[in-house]
Design a protein around this ligand. Structure first.
Ligand code: NAD
Ligand code: DAU
Length: 355
C-alpha cells in the first residue's frame, strides 16, 4: 500500500478523506495538522490503534518539520488539505490566510521538491502532489453565465479566494519549472458530517436546534453548488490514481441551490426529525446585512473529470442533507465539544454588527 502525507487531516474534508482511505485500505496515512480552531482530533478517534495511521501536530509552513517527516516516512503522495478555509474570517483577519494558504503551501512545495528530487527514478515517477483547492478562485457568476471550467480565468474576490488562487499558481509553477508531479482539484461547496459549525449548513442546523435566529446574508438568493463530502473524497482519490500530472480538475455537485432554499430544506428536515409542537424551524429565518464582496453564484462544470476519469457525484442533495442533519442530531458530544468559548466569540464577532 502506498503512503500519503495528508495535511490538514483533522479538519472537515481531510478527516472524512482519511477515514475513507483507511476504511477502504487505499493508503497508509501520515496526518500533519496544526490543530487550529477548525480541527478536531475526535474526528479521527476511530483510528486509534490503527498502525497504518500516524498523527503529527505541526505546521505546513515549518520546512524543517516537513522535511523531517518526508525523510522519515518516505511518502509516495502528498495531499494538501491544510488551509484557513472560512471566507468570513478572511474578511476580519486576512493575514493568517496569507501565512497558511500562501506561505504554508509554498514552504510545503519547497520541502517536497527537495525530497522528490532525491528519490530513486521509479519512486520519483510514481510520486504525486495533490493540492486541494476551491471553485472560489474563479470569482462570481451571473445567473445566466456558464459554469466554471478548468480554463476559466482566475478572478478571486475574497482574501480567502485570493490566498487559494496564489497557492494554486505556486503549485502550477512547481510543475512547469521543476517538473514536480502536481495535480490540483478545484471543488465546489462541500457539506456532510464533521463540518465545523461556522459554515452555512452546520451553523443553521445547530442554531435551529438551539432556537436561535437562522442568519441569511442579503436576499438569500446567492447560489452555491453543493457536493456531499464523500463524493469529493472519492474524486480526490481518483485524481491521485488516474489524473494527468500538471492538470487541474473541477469537482462539483451538479446541484445549484440558493441559500434560502438550503436553509428552508434544513428546516423542513428538522420539522420531521426533531419536531416541536406548534412550531416550524423556518420561523427562525432572519435576513441580515450581506457579507462584504459576497459572490453571487458558483457553478462547476465537471465534465472533464466525468469524461476522463468517469467520476460523477453519487449522493442526491435531499438524502445527503437528511444524513447530515441526522449526523448532527446523533453526535451531541461532538457538537458540545466544538461549541467552545472561542466559537461563541466568533459568533459574536461575525453576527453582532449585522443585526
Ligand atoms: P477546515 O477548515 O475544516 O480544516 C482545515 C484543517 O487544516 C484544520 O484541521 C486545520 O487545523 C488545518 N490547518 C490549518 N492551518 C494549518 C497549517 N498551517 N498547517 C497544518 N494544518 C493546518 O477546512 P475544510 O473545509 O476541510 O477544507 C479543506 C481544504 O479544502 C481547504 O484547502 C479548502 O480550501 C478546500 N476546500 C474546501 C471546501 C469546502 O466547502 N469546505 C470546498 C472546496 C475546497
Ligand atoms: O465554494 C467552495 C468554498 O465553499 C470553500 O472553498 C470554502 O472553504 C467554504 O467555506 C465555502 O465557502 P462559502 O463562503 O460559499 O461557504 P459558507 O458556508 O461560509 O457560506 C455559504 C453561503 O451561505 C454563502 O453564500 C454565504 C451564506 N451564508 C453563510 C453563513 C455562514 C449565510 O447566508 N449566512 C451565514 O451565516
Amino acid at each position: 500500500m502506498l503512503t500519503a502525507l495528508v495535511t490538514g487531516g483533522a479538519g472537515f474534508i481531510g478527516a472524512n478523506f482519511i477515514l475513507l482511505a483507511r476504511k477502504n485500505q487505499w493508503l497508509n496515512i501520515i496526518n500533519l495538522d496544526k490543530l487550529t480552531y477548525a480541527s478536531n482530533l475526535e474526528n479521527l478517534a476511530e483510528l486509534r490503534g490503527d498502525s497504518n495511521y500516524h498523527f503529527v501536530h505541526g505546521d505546513i509552513a515549518n520546512v524543517e518539520l516537513v522535511s523531517y517527516l518526508l525523510d522519515k516516512y518516505q511518502p509516495d503522495i502528498i495531499i494538501n488539505f491544510a488551509a484557513e478555509s472560512h471566507v468570513d474570517r478572511s474578511i476580519f483577519n486576512p493575514q493568517i490566510f496569507i501565512q497558511t494558504n500562501v506561505v504554508g503551501t509554498f514552504n510545503l512545495l519547497e520541502a517536497v521538491r527537495f525530497y522528490w528530487q532525491k528519490l530513486p527514478p521509479q519512486k520519483q515517477q510514481q510520486f504525486r502532489f495533490l493540492h486541494v483547492s476551491t471553485d472560489e478562485v474563479y470569482g462570481s457568476l451571473q445567473i445566466d453565465e456558464p459554469a466554471f471550467r478548468e480554463d476559466t480565468l482566475y478572478a478571486p474576490n475574497s482574501p480567502y479566494a485570493a490566498s487559494k488562487a496564489a497557492a494554486d499558481h505556486f503549485v502550477r509553477a512547481y510543475y512547469h519549472t521543476y517538473n514536480l508531479p502536481t495535480l490540483t482539484t478545484n471543488c465546489s461547496n462541500n457539506y456532510g458530517m464533521r463540518q465545523f459549525p461556522e459554515k452555512l449548513i452546520p451553523l443553521i442546523i445547530l442554531n435551529a436546534l438551539d432556537g436561535q435566529p437562522l442568519p441569511i446574508y442579503g436576499d438569500g438568493q446567492n447560489i452555491r453548488d453543493w457536493l456531499y463530502v464523500i463524493d469529493h473524497c472519492e474524486a480526490i482519490y481518483l485524481v491521485i490514481q488516474q489524473g494527468k500530472i500538471g492538470e487541474t480538475y473541477n469537482i462539483g455537485g451538479l446541484n445549484e441551490q440558493t441559500n434560502l432554499t438550503v436553509v428552508t430544506k434544513i428546516c423542513a428536515i428538522l420539522d420531521e426529525l426533531a419536531p416541536k409542537p406548534n412550531f416550524s424551524y423556518a420561523s427562525l429565518i432572519t435576513f441580515i446585512p450581506d457579507r462584504p464582496g459576497h459572490d453571487r453564484r458558483y457553478a462547476i462544470d465537471c465534465s472533464k473529470i466525468r469524461r476522463e476519469l468517469s467520476w460523477q457525484p453519487q449522493e442526491n442533495f435531499d438524502s445527503g442533507l437528511r444524513k447530515t442533519v441526522q449526523w448532527y442530531l446523533d453526535n451531541s458530544e461532538w457538537v458540545n465539544q466544538v461549541r467552545s468559548v472561542a466559537y461563541q466569540n466568533w459568533l459574536q464577532q461575525n453576527y453582532k454588527n449585522r443585526k
